[in-house]
Design a protein around this ligand. Structure first.
Ligand code: ASP
Length: 365
């Protein structure tokens, strides 16, 4: 009796093993996801004596073809701050076109300098209208430095872009084994490797040796749910960011408007306080029809949007029509960092001049 059940157990084990082998064989033969690198430059390629090309970056990652079928192209090879707004539009159009033309393309990895990486990433977050992952990667040490972490970051970027769990999460920023949302991440330190942080909310996930792990989603509108269309935009309007500080002059704001700014973002103190000396400049901008968006210079937290119609009275005073028109054009950045509020305002102004509509966007994106 015991012998017979032992035999049954052995047969069962053999059957389970055979099925497992068949499953792993099926997985092994499934084609790896196709992921394309678009290299734009930055420290990650800034080798002494000549920048690494997209091809050299691909070759710097041993074992890459265990995870993906890589493709690559060189978009630019410059510091992040040298990318122009025209190049942003071109980059976004390129990624949209790649996804449109190739249903088999699982994801895109973009290399960028780290200085303004979060801005480029957020621009793509608002304008690449696909669920497939776009992952922006950089490094803090250059390829000629001992401890260069660029190849490791890039390999992790490819793993994240290839992972089906990354779909629909918006544009992702991967450095230092961490995945942050383009909307939320900020470079917080001039030199340290752990510079990219999401203050207040934390990472979306991590890239560990065994797998990519996610812990949360960004629920604001982005990528496939975005209303912005880079193919319909010829040029982004000028929007400037101006810092509030003790005694800050208003004439900087006036000058920005006189030089063509259609929008101003104030990096306000605390929950959006502006310096008293800036008020004239802000009123000048509002009277000229510019939109003024108030954010915070603190690095995290929210400047709340006004709800409902423009009030008839404010601070115990009845507002004149002129004051009410100013009031309507003075908006809030909600929790967007000033440099990101500027990007949303540029895109918003390509669609509408209606302050209520623009404020809606700040509450949705
Ligand atoms: N200056 C560089 C850049 O933003 C810094 C970096 O790549 O990390 O292009």
């Amino acid at each position: 009796m015991r012998l017979r059940s032992a035999l049954r157990l052995t047969l069962l084990a053999a059957a389970v093993l055979a099925t497992a082998t068949a499953v792993s064989f099926a997985q092994d033969t499934a084609p790896l996801p196709k992921v394309r690198l678009i290299a734009t430059g930055g420290t990650i390629s800034n080798r002494d004596g000549g920048r690494l090309t997209a091809e050299e970056l691909i070759k710097s990652m041993p074992g890459l073809d265990r995870y993906v079928r890589p493709e690559y192209e060189q978009f630019a090879n410059v510091a992040s701050g040298s990318l122009t707004l025209e190049q942003w539009l071109e980059l976004s159009r390129r990624i949209n076109q790649l996804f449109k033309d190739d249903a088999d393309l699982a994801g895109v990895v973009v290399t960028s300098g780290t200085d303004t990486l979060e801005e480029t990433a957020y621009f793509l977050d608002l304008t690449v209208k696909f669920d497939r992952p776009v992952v922006v990667v950089g490094s803090m040490r250059n390829p000629s430095t001992l401890g260069y972490e660029g190849a490791a970051n890039l390999l992790e970027g490819f793993r994240v872009a290839a992972d089906p769990a990354s779909r629909g999460k918006g544009v992702l920023v991967v450095l230092n084994d961490e995945i942050n949302a383009a909307r939320e991440v900020t470079k917080t330190d001039a030199l340290r490797l752990q510079t990219f942080q999401t203050r207040g909310y934390g990472v979306l996930g991590v890239v560990d040796r065994d797998r990519v792990v996610y812990y949360r989603d960004v629920i604001r509108r982005h990528t496939a749910a975005s209303e912005f269309d880079v193919f319909a935009i010829k040029e982004l309007p000028r929007v400037d960011v101006i810092l509030a500080y003790q005694g800050a002059p208003g004439d900087l704001i006036e000058s920005a408007v006189d030089h063509g700014a259609k929008g101003i973002v104030i990096a306000g103190a605390g929950a959006g306080a502006t310096s008293g000396t800036q008020s004239e400049g802000i009123n000048y901008a509002l009277d000229k029809g510019a939109i003024v968006v108030i954010g915070t210079r603190t690095g995290s937290g929210r400047v709340a949007a006004r709800r409902g119609p423009v009030p008839a009275r404010f601070g115990g005073q009845t507002l004149t029509d002129e004051q009410r028109a100013r009031f309507a054009r003075r908006l809030s950045a909600e929790d967007l960092a000033p440099v990101k509020a500027r990007i949303l305002l540029m895109l918003a102004l390509t669609k509408t001049q209606d302050p209520a509509e623009i404020q809606r966007m700040f509450e949705e994106y």
